[in-house]
Design a protein around this ligand. Sequence first.
Ligand code: HSE
Length: 316
Amino acid sequence: MNIAVVGCGAVGRAVCELAGSYGHRVTAIADSTSAAVDENGLDVTTVLDRKAERGTVGSGDREHALASEYDVLVEATPTTLGDAEPGFSHAERALARDAHVVLANKGPVAERYGDLRAAERDSAGTVLFEATVGGAIPILSTIADLGSEDVTAVRGVLNGTANFVLSRMSAEGLDYEHVLAEAQDLGVAETDPTFDVEGTDAALKCVILANVLGDGDVTLDDAQVEGITRLTPSALDLASEDGRTVRLVGEVTDGEDPTVRVGPRLVPEHGTLAVTGTQNIVQLETRHAGQLNLSGRGAGGRATASAVLADIGRLP
Ligand code: HSE
C-alpha cells in the first residue's frame, strides 16, 4: 500500500518508521506546517531526522500531501471535539477520491460517526480505527470478529495516564500533583494532560465503542464523565483497608439507548481491572461467550502505530 500520513506526533512518526517493515511505502508525510511528498516512496529516516532537527518535515504544505496519490490516508492529527476538524475533512476528502482511511485521531469517530459512515458509504474506500481505542489492544477487531450484536456491554480501564497516576498514588501514598508531575517527566502524560485526567480521553474511547456496538451516533455530550483530579491519597488508603483500590473505569451498555459512563470506581485490589502503570484492560460481555478480557499497552507511539498498521493489513 502507498500511505500518506497526516499528523507527525508520536503515533504518526511511529507509523512512518514501521510502515516499511509491514511491506508498505510512505509517499507523503504532513505535520501542521509542512509536508514531504514523493509518489515513488519517501526516505522516511531523512524526513523524520529533518523533523527532529528543524521542526518541519519538508518544504510543501499539508494540502500538497492531501492532494498527492496514495492508497490509504493515515489520519493522526490531534483529537479535536465538536466538528472534529481538521481530521474529519481529511478523512472525507480521502474517501471522496475512493482512498481508504485509517484513523488514530478519535475526533471523527467519536463526534461525527454518522457523517463518517455516510462518507464511507458513498466511497469505494474503507474506514478503520482500531488505534482510537486502547492503543495496541485489538478491541474493535475482536468485536468485529464476534459480531457487534453478540457484545452486550464493555467495561474497562482505557486511559494509561490516569491509570499510571492512580496506581502510583495507591502504591506509594503520593498525592495527585506529585505523581502527575512525575508522569510528565517520564513522558507518560502529555504536556497538556487535561483530556486524560478529566476522563475525556477515556470517554471518547467509550463513545467510539458505543457507536460501534449500536451503529449509532453517540457523541461526548451523551457521556457522563468524571475524572481523577479530586482523588486524595486518603481516599485510596480507605479503599485499600477494605481490599480495594480505585481505577478510572469506562462503561458502555448496549441497547436502544446506549449509556456511556466514565469515572473513578472501587475495584478489587488484586482483581482483573486493577491493572498498573500505563496498561489498559477491556472486558467484553458477550451473549454467547461470557466475558472476554483483553489487556495490553493502551498508549505510546509504537504500540498505537502497530494498531494502525494492523488496520492497513485488514483493508480490502
Ligand atoms: N493519552 C492517552 C492515554 C493515549 O494516556 O491513554 C491516547 O489516547
